[in-house]
Design a protein around this ligand. Structure first.
Ligand code: C5P
Length: 222
């Protein structure tokens, strides 16, 4: 197929989601939020009363996962069966559960085709941890978006405060570091830049600057 793939990988809170949305909109490409798949899986496992550490159950759940993304006026909604889980999967706990189920090689294997099926013309912007290394290794454009753990924790606290929730910086920082460690050190598809990825450190950049840097790079590669 002639479809173009742009991958955006990096740790949580680096701004991948926002960059991916802006790129998909500017290019009129489809979008894959692969983290949402792992989040929904963690949610489904807990809802079924199964244990996150029971790999066999988690794989079964992954194979059966009845997940759909729906575009609505206020953004993309995530449905599990008929249930709208868009908000439920965005908690800190859901992120942590996602990173536990995502550590199983068999689970990642079971979700591989499902992710690749998102690719259609004219193109796809895919965000996650292993989009450029495993899921779309032949992607024409690969970006790795990073930021220091402290900056990511600060952004997360501001997001929580904007939602009227209280946020303790040290707790948030500790959670971010715990999830980073698990994602970076797992044996299969660990969080790391593809050899041919452009590294962008967004610690001292705003979203406009990140978008401009990415857009210029995409134009130079396509
Ligand atoms: O990006 P997000 O925070 O939604 O991802 C949640 C978790 O899902 C990550 O911490 C990671 O463990 C897992 N994940 C993954 N591979 C991806 C996307 C997410 O392992 N491509």
């Amino acid at each position: 197929s002639d479809a173009i793939v742009i991958t955006v990988d990096g740790p949580g809170g680096a701004g991948k989601g926002e960059l991916t949305r802006r790129l998909a909109e500017a290019l009129d490409f489809d979008l894959l939020d692969s983290g949402a798949i792992y989040r929904v899986l963690g949610y489904a496992v807990r809802k079924a009363g199964l244990a996150l550490f029971d790999e066999d159950s988690v794989v079964q759940e992954a194979k059966l996962l009845n997940l759909t993304f729906e575009c609505m006026d206020d953004g993309v909604h995530v449905l599990l069966g008929g249930e709208d889980v868009s908000l439920a999967i965005r908690t800190e706990e859901a992120g942590n559960n996602a990173s536990k189920v995502a550590a199983y090689p068999s689970v990642r294997q079971a979700l591989l085709d499902r992710q690749r099926q998102f690719l259609k013309e004219p193109g796809l912007v895919a965000d996650g941890r292993d989009m450029g290394t495993v899921v779309f290794p032949k992607a024409q454009v690969k970006i790795f978006l990073d930021a220091s753990a402290e900056v990511r924790a600060k952004r997360r606290c501001l997001q929580l405060e904007a939602k009227g929730k209280s946020a303790d910086f040290d707790t948030v920082l500790a959670e971010i570091k715990e999830r980073d460690d698990r994602d970076r050190n797992r044996p299969v598809a660990p969080l790391k830049p593809a050899d041919d990825a452009l590294l962008i450190d967004s610690s001292d950049m705003n979203i406009e600057e990140v978008f401009r840097t990415a857009a210029e790079y995409i134009m130079s590669k396509t």
